[in-house]
Ligand binder design. Sequence first.
Ligand code: Q9C
Ligand code: ZN
Length: 343
Amino acid sequence: MKTFYTADHHLHHSGMELSFGKIVETFEKPERAEIILARVKEVGLGPVLTPQDYEIAPIKRIHTPDYVDFLKGVYEEWRAAGRDGEVWPYSWRHRSMPPIDKAPNGLDARLSYYSFDMAGSITATTWQAAKRAADTALAGADAVLGGERTAFSLCRPPGHHAGRDFFGGYCYLNNAAIAVQRFRDAGRSRVAVLDVDYHHGNGTQEIFYDRADVLVASMHGDPDFEFPFHLGYARERGEGAGEGFNLNYPLPSGTQWPEWSAAFEDACRRIAAFDAQALVVSLGVDTYKDDPISQFKLDSPHFSEIGARIAALSLPTLFVMEGGYAVGALGVNAVNVLTSFEQ
Ligand code: Q9C
Ligand code: ZN
């Protein structure tokens, strides 16, 4: 299996985050991608290739032009306002405030408009890193379109919390969604997304919610107790033409393999029935028992079972890296999925 990777991911590093009332080193740190890359090399998964520098057009198939301009330019605006450090939003529209559909003018109001949390900041080079993560997803999609059965896009920063015009949950551009659209634009008429990250992929859900050509299935911590909250309930089934093409499997805190794999099996069967021409896996391994920010109890061998079950779908499959924060086991867990897929 080819792995797509670029060291440009180092261009994004929010130093800190707020975790249960304490300022701590961010869990979404550059070391994550290096650990996964080291394991890819250790097991001899296959060649590690640098993605080309793509045009912006395939990113704008998913993200709005105003959001892309905002992400590119907001750090300079922050500096021009006389501020140091990283760009952080800090206040959001409460349910008591009427919705708006146009960005406000002021810097902080616009930052609020284009985000939903403060899991991660925007640094001087976050845009470049996010753009290269999207390139990494595109290169993986192009490898599969070129005839490879599978590919691994080692994206960082991750993407599944980013929507058409918002960032959050450590995500800025939705790498998996950009890859899905690449498959669609190359003529694959139906594409499935299997999101195995511990968190609900609210961005991916938002992007494809009204579409029947993209089936999105996600197993995750129940939004009643887990980030991103508010979205990810089973009742969210898609809307309009997309009704029935969004599948959520919210699961309780402490979920172990039998319960997780039952939901996963149901998702796999629904994907098989969808008759997809390509599959994009949002590969988060934060379901691991020792993940520092998650509450599921999967163990390292379970990730091998996940890879084998995905392989049994017999679909052209792109793996796109999402979350996973237990750095000691991160490489083993992510690469277990990939090696078992290939066996
Ligand atoms: N105290 C992904 O896995 N909240 N994003 C963490 C920790 C943000 C997870 C709070 C979690 C985002 C891609
Ligand atoms: Zn996650």
